[in-house]
Design a protein around this ligand. Structure first.
Ligand code: ASP
Length: 350
């Protein structure tokens, strides 16, 4: 009888051990942002992003430890307005190592919201794994009344361990919603409900610790992407020029003089140039600086060969990408080719 009791206890202990080790391993990479921000008082709207560290973020959400074997690391601690190529390269390489060499089942990245969409799209094109990679941030600092960071982080971990999130590419998890890296946009400067999924809408939502998927992204990403930054320590230089009435050609000319590799136009309407800017763009393209036309309009594609004769000038149309994401794709495209038609193909596929 005594032996039976001991045996039962041993089996129970083993079951506990197995259930602990059977939890998916999720690594959180912290990069800063408002989710790690601190304000002088809980009611103050003045705060500094990127102040608290990864362990404080994890400790604030003990509930996620029931879902996953969660651990974390701090990559940088910055407001995402200071995000740059160097951090993107470090981040992409680290995510690849965690998922492909260190046995993690998913990666969650805490990130500021200002440039979250750009980082998500960069990773969508450079992560070589179909395991979940999810960015989460917040609009209110960690010290605020009703801070939104802990719920966003919990939801991101919940989504990261959902089997139905595998193969979706990189997602953002904000305000209970899952958004696709290609289409996600920050639309409001201060509201918690700021991220939208563009014309195709959200990918899904997270409710009660479970991810519900509504649709699958249909562009190429992650394991199907040709872009590989593992051996790179810098990226081609691409700038963005904003379009407006009576626009000055000086910013475009400055990028040309600084020998940038590419320039994205955030054009008016369907990616149109002011005439003086157009003249500089034609010269730049003839000098081998790739021009990509995108639009300052928040919705709608920038169409190929519409009001601008792209075929004649060898410009590329950004199609569904906004200027900041067109910049990301152009930088990566220029690591592969300088042929404008090949680059246009990338814009059709990714
Ligand atoms: N400026 C902040 C950042 O992007 C805003 C935020 O995280 O919400 O880091």
């Amino acid at each position: 009888m005594k032996h039976l009791k001991l045996f039962t206890l041993a089996v129970a202990a083993l079951a506990v051990c197995l259930s602990v080790s059977a939890k998916p391993k999720v690594r959180i990479i912290a990069t800063g942002g408002t989710i790690a921000g601190v304000s002088a008082t809980s009611a103050s709207s003045a705060y500094t992003a990127g102040q608290v560290g990864i362990q404080t973020l994890i400790d604030a959400v003990p509930q996620m430890l029931f879902l996953a074997d969660v651990s974390g690391e701090q990559l940088v601690n910055i407001g995402s307005q200071d995000m740059n190529d160097e951090v993107w390269l470090k981040l992409a390489k680290r995510v690849n190592v965690l998922l492909n060499e260190e046995g993690y089942d998913a990666v969650v990245i805490t990130h500021g919201t200002d440039t979250m969409e750009e980082t998500a799209y960069f990773l969508n094109l450079t992560v070589k794994s179909d395991k979940p990679v999810i960015l989460a941030g917040s609009m209110r600092p960690s010290t605020a009344i009703s801070a939104d960071g802990p719920a966003n982080l919990y939801n991101a971990v919940a989504a990261a361990v959902s089997p139905n999130v595998k193969g979706m590419g990189v997602l953002c998890c904000m305000n209970n919603q899952l958004l696709d890296a290609k289409t996600v946009i920050k639309t409001h400067t201060i509201d918690c409900d700021t991220f939208e999924g563009g014309p195709s809408g959200i990918i899904g939502y997270v409710y009660n610790g479970e991810a519900h998927i509504l649709q699958t992204p249909n562009n190429k990403h992650t394991v199907n992407s040709v872009f590989d930054v593992t051996q790179m320590d810098k990226l081609p230089k691409v700038g963005i020029v904003y379009g407006y009435a009576n626009a000055s050609p000086l910013p475009m000319q400055a990028f040309v003089d600084a020998k940038f590799d590419g320039i994205v136009l955030a054009g008016v309407g369907d990616g149109n140039f002011y005439k003086d800017v157009f003249d500089v763009a034609v010269k730049a393209q003839n000098q081998g600086i790739q021009i990509v036309r995108s639009s300052r309009c928040p919705t709608g594609p920038t169409c190929l060969n519409s009001e601008v004769d792209d075929a004649k000038y060898h410009f590329v149309a950004a199609l569904d990408l906004n200027p900041q994401k067109a910049r990301v794709l152009l930088m990566l495209a220029l690591t592969q080719t300088h042929d404008w038609q090949e680059i246009q193909k990338f814009f059709m596929e990714y």
